[in-house]
Design a protein around this ligand. Structure first.
Ligand code: GLU
Length: 388
C-alpha cells in the first residue's frame, strides 16, 4: 500500500489507523471554491462530473455521501462580471444567489448521468445551533440519504450576515459531519494535504500522511494559506478536522485534482493527510449529549419498551411510554427511565412534553388523529438515542 512508502515524520504519527474513507459508512465530501470554479474562471463541469462519477461508485458499494460545495460567490462574481470579491455584504449575498443557481444546475446534471437525484440544502449557523432546527435539518438529511438522494449543501450566503455566519465551508463540513453522524469528512482542495511547513515557501516541507486531529502543533504547520478564491486556508481545515474529531469522525484533506481520489481513498489508498480522531464516534456522541445538552425532562417506559431499547436496538415509540415528566420542546434531550425509574438512555425527542403526554400509550398510527400532524412514528428515533 502507498502508506508503507510514504514519508512519515514519526513524531506526528498517532499509530497506524485504518484508512478512514474505506472504513466509513457515511461520508461528507467538501469541495472548495477554487476547485469547483476552476480558480474563479467559471464552473468546472468536467471536474464536477468526475466527483459525481466517483460518488456514484461509493454509493454503489453502500456508502452514504453528502456533499458540501463552495463556489456560489465565486461563480456569481464570474456571472456578474466582477473581477474583485465585493466588500459590501449585500453584494456578496447577491453574488451567492446568482452563483448558487449555477452550482445546483451543474450538480443536478452531473449526478443525473448516474441515475442519482440531488437535493439542494442551504444551511445557516442558526439551523445548527437551535435545537428544533438542528433536529429538523438532521431528520431531513437522514431522510434524503435513506431515499438514495445525494444532498448538496452550502451555507445560505444570501441571508446570513458576517456576525451570524459559519463563514467557511470547511467548518460547515465539520458541523454537517457531526449533524448526521458521518464517520469521515473528506476535504478536497487545491493542495496535496498538510505539510510540515508551507510547501510554496519551504522546499524541505514534507507531506504528513497521518496526524492526530487534536495535535496542537498542527496549527503552526498550517500557516495562513487562504487563496484569493476560497475562504478557508489550511488552518481552517486543521480546525475543521479537530471539530469533526470531537464528534468522533476522521478527516482526510487531499487534492481534488488527484485522479479518482475518492474511489482510491475508499479502496484504502493513502492520499493527502488523514486526521485521526482519538475518540470513537459513539463515545463522542454520548459525551456530546451529556456535556452540551441539558436534560429537560424524562419519560418512563413499560418493560417491553425498555427491553426493545436496551436489547433490540429499537427506537422509542409513544406506545411504550407510561409517564412523561417535565416540560420540554421538540429537539431537547430527555432521559428514558425503566419501569423502576432507573435511567437507561437519553435522546433527542421528536415531540414536546405536552404532545408526548397526549400520544403516550397510543399506537403511532394514531398520532396524526390526536395531534393533527406527525413528526415521525417514534417519540425518540434510534439514531438520536444513546444508551447509558
Ligand atoms: N459559501 C461560500 C460560497 O459558496 C464559500 C465559503 C468557502 O469557500 O468556504 O461561495
Amino acid at each position: 500500500m502507498a502508506e508503507d512508502t510514504a514519508v512519515t515524520p514519526a513524531a506526528r504519527l498517532p499509530g497506524r489507523g485504518q484508512p478512514a474513507v474505506q472504513a466509513a459508512r457515511r461520508i461528507v465530501v467538501k469541495v472548495g471554491s477554487s476547485l469547483v470554479t476552476n480558480e474563479g474562471r467559471g464552473l468546472d463541469a468536467a471536474a464536477i462530473a468526475q466527483w459525481a462519477e466517483q460518488i456514484a461508485r461509493l454509493r454503489a458499494i453502500g456508502k452514504d455521501v453528502v456533499m458540501v460545495s463552495s463556489g456560489a460567490i465565486a461563480e456569481g462574481m464570474k456571472r456578474l462580471g466582477w473581477a474583485q470579491r465585493p466588500k459590501q455584504i449585500h453584494e456578496q449575498q447577491a453574488a451567492a444567489a446568482v452563483g448558487q443557481m449555477g452550482l445546483a444546475q451543474v450538480y443536478e446534471t452531473c449526478f443525473r448521468e448516474h441515475g442519482l437525484a440531488t437535493a439542494q440544502v442551504l444551511l445557516t449557523h442558526e439551523d445548527l445551533a437551535d435545537r428544533r432546527r438542528y433536529l429538523n435539518a438532521r431528520s431531513t438529511l437522514l431522510t434524503l440519504l435513506e431515499l438514495g438522494v445525494v444532498p448538496i449543501i452550502n451555507e445560505n450566503d444570501t441571508v446570513v450576515t458576517d456576525e451570524i455566519k459559519v463563514g467557511d465551508n470547511d467548518t460547515l463540513g465539520a458541523l454537517v459531519t457531526n449533524l448526521i453522524d458521518a464517520d469521515c469528512l473528506v476535504i478536497l482542495t487545491d493542495q496535496q494535504g498538510l505539510f510540515t511547513a508551507d510547501p510554496r515557501r519551504d522546499p524541505q516541507a514534507q507531506l504528513l500522511p497521518q496526524v492526530s486531529a487534536g495535535d496542537p502543533a498542527l496549527e503552526a504547520m498550517a500557516g495562513d494559506a487562504g487563496t484569493a478564491i476560497g475562504k478557508g486556508g489550511m488552518i481552517t481545515k486543521v480546525l475543521a478536522a479537530r471539530r469533526a474529531a470531537s464528534g468522533g469522525a476522521h478527516t482526510v484533506v487531499a487534492s481534488g485534482r488527484e485522479p479518482s481520489v475518492l474511489v482510491r481513498l475508499a479502496q484504502g489508498e493513502s492520499i493527502g493527510t488523514q486526521f485521526v480522531a482519538q475518540t470513537p464516534r459513539l463515545a463522542a456522541r454520548k459525551k456530546w449529549m451529556a456535556d452540551h445538552l441539558q436534560l429537560r425532562g424524562s419519560v418512563r417506559l413499560d418493560a417491553g419498551a425498555a427491553r426493545a431499547l436496551m436489547r433490540e436496538g429499537k427506537s422509542l415509540l409513544p406506545i411504550g411510554v407510561i409517564d412523561v415528566i417535565g416540560d420540554f420542546e421538540r429537539g431537547e434531550v430527555v432521559a428514558c427511565l425503566d419501569p423502576e425509574g432507573q435511567e437507561i438512555a437519553r435522546g433527542l425527542v421528536n415531540y414536546s412534553g405536552s404532545e408526548a403526554r397526549r400520544i403516550m400509550r397510543r399506537p403511532s398510527t394514531e398520532i396524526e388523529a390526536i395531534l393533527g400532524f406527525v413528526e415521525g412514528p417514534e417519540l425518540i428515533h434510534r439514531d438520536n438515542l444513546v444508551l447509558r
